[in-house]
Design a protein around this ligand. Sequence first.
Ligand SMILES: NC(=O)c1ccc[n+]([C@@H]2O[C@H](COP(=O)([O-])OP(=O)(O)OC[C@H]3O[C@@H](n4cnc5c(N)ncnc54)[C@H](O)[C@@H]3O)[C@@H](O)[C@H]2O)c1
Ligand SMILES: [Zn+2]
Length: 372
Amino acid sequence: MKTLTVDLAGAPYPIHIGPGLLGRADLILPHLARPDVAIVTNTTVAPLYLDALQRTLNTAGVRTMAIVLPDGEAHKTRESLHHIHDALLAQRCERNTTLIALGGGVIGDLAGFAAATFLRGVPLIQVPTTLLAQVDSSVGGKTGINHPLGKNLIGSFHQPRLVLADTQTLDTLPVREFRSGVAEIIKYGLIRDITFLDWLDRHLEALLQRDPDILGQAILQACRNKAEVVALDEFETTGMRALLNLGHTFGHAIEAGTGYGTWLHGEAVAVGTLLAADLSERLHWISPADVTRIETLMRRAGLPCRAPNLGEPRYLELMASDKKVEAGKLRFVLLKSLGHAVLTQEASMASLAAVLSPDQGRFIGSVSERPA
Ligand SMILES: NC(=O)c1ccc[n+]([C@@H]2O[C@H](COP(=O)([O-])OP(=O)(O)OC[C@H]3O[C@@H](n4cnc5c(N)ncnc54)[C@H](O)[C@@H]3O)[C@@H](O)[C@H]2O)c1
Ligand SMILES: [Zn+2]
């Protein structure tokens, strides 16, 4: 097992990464205010890992209740949020009941927001079971739900007390979901860690084969980057944390524009990153060869490399509700060079239009482009 600390003033917390951690009551107990937890999970993860976690906790004398939601991004809604609140109230949960999010990023964001809002805030533990959640969403305290007008538009910052990433749970993850997590791993290399990008170039196939050693190293280095950024800019006020959203302005537009769940988050981020790379190249910040290097990495990872042709007006409409919009102006995370991202307003409307056009854009595919 490897441990990192998210170094937040006031409330630092550990990230434990390794196989078999669902069985480690000793890692969880010190973070419970009271031996009473509500585990939020979904219909896919529950049959796989709920029993194991409940047994670990019950054996250690912890009372557990489970709230099992339907699976999918389409359920990251206020209805699910209310369902969690209703269940907590029905079970007479209290201020010092700890919510445990057991699942991927959807469960983590939902349970996190439920923890942030129930009785004005109860403790939260993240137990991520997807690669994407282990390298990204479980760390940093962003929680929330989707709105028909856009992704993650309703939410709050609510840091967990502990992140417990049991890498063995990834054994059952479908390959498409695994690749989706790889897109977020590549992101860290591109925005701030060129050494990691080079390492990924060398070890991508082993990572895709889920070689335990390579997988553990990749998760650790991704979390190290995430933890550093979060510690520097917890509430996304300096622009530093916004860099984690490379590819996300485009990606969120693709997710919403094609209907949540059609494109997986990581798939949308992968093509969104290529669109951002195209835009960066039009500013002459990175070279065509740099763009090709990113595309090659995405392709090797089995990620989609063509964005759906939603049309420029629809893309602009969808991107207008992006949280990086400031005073009505679109801001993008772009690449100054590989390993160095910046938040900028420098991209012109003309170059943005070119990136989104099927004729001029390097990465726009057909209307019905679907990842498979
Ligand atoms: N809060 C943040 O900082 C942050 C960061 C990145 C992404 N996100 C959010 O995370 C979400 C995407 O997360 P995700 O990719 O984990 O998707 P997800 O939560 O939908 O999980 C993907 C699928 O894998 C299943 N699953 C989970 N664990 C499994 C396992 N061990 N074995 C088999 N199946 C398993 C899930 O039930 C689901 O069907 C998006 O909503 C995105 O907005 C949040
Ligand atoms: Zn993301």
